[in-house]
Ligand binder design. Sequence first.
Ligand code: UDP
Length: 356
Amino acid sequence: MRVLTVIGNRPQFVKAAAVSGPLRAQAQEVLVHTGQHYDDELSQIFFDELGLPRPEHRLNLGGGSNSEQTSRMLAAVADLLEAEQPDALLVYGDTNSTLAGALAAAQASVPVAHVEAGMRSFDRRMPEELNRVLTDHASSLLLCPSESAARQLRNEHVHGKVEVCGDVMVDVAQLIAPRARARTDVVAGHAGSSGDYLLVTAHRAGNVDDPHRLQGLVELLLALPRPLVFPLHPRTRARLERANLLTRLSSADGIRLAAPLGYVEFTALLHHARAVVTDSGGVQKEAYLASIPCVTLRDTTEWRETVDTGWNALVDLDLEKALSALDQPVPDAHPEVYGDGRAGERVVQALLRMAG
Ligand code: UDP
């Protein structure tokens, strides 16, 4: 079996790291990097740290609006499908690379397998939500991280076959956790001697592209308890600079801004944090997996189980809600809602069954 895998941004490199190895042991994989994330700190370091194979095709299609980017990727993947003649196309998550890959393959009658199928925030203002829904409905094989995702897809009467594999990020998180936890040097470097810090990430378009929301985000962060460690996504740094807000954060006592971190360093900071404050999908889930309380700077989430179990609170940009969430005791129960860390192998088996 020959599989064309299309990935393009940071969380997809993490997800693909769980599948590429087992896939290459049993099938042929042609890896395509669309270049949606191209900086070394958002791309190359993940290939190095997570042992991802070197992409067979590297496109440089980052930048531009969502529609421009998706259309350039659509055309490029269509050409690659023609040249590579794969039996299936594999995509992950909810980015422009995901949708472009899925649509190009569906148009070419190549079966699409979607990892992380069935996730919904039910917020159509998010570009990611549109990408998720459209990709699921173009897919032949829908590989779900949880039972609730599979239920959602059945309710939507998707065309393809639905299977629950567990979440591939769990595989990677479990593998890296011991190495990350041991990196107390990273904690000392970013957070000083105290381990009692908040780890912050924020880069959703809904929070950083709108100047009014961006101002609200900065006010919120300035009012949170410190120390606070904030590795800045390049998009967020650029928006803060443009709005003259970067120095307000960088000059505040106890707020430590950093460049985007590699996966191991970031995971080290996550494991030793008092709590995580984020608008990232992946980071909400990784906080859950590490049993670290999470405060989410959105009013919806596709990772519902993290909220239902009491480990995550959706506060949007409301300071009172954020402070109250940070005061809550840590829940006693921590169920295994996203699988057992062997999702990558199940994804490969499902692909082979589809081909067989
Ligand atoms: N991450 C990282 N370094 C950072 C911030 C995040 O390695 O400085 C990792 C994080 O552990 C997770 C992924 O990047 O695996 C999440 O990516 P992001 O927040 O960009 O995307 P989302 O999950 O929101 O789509």
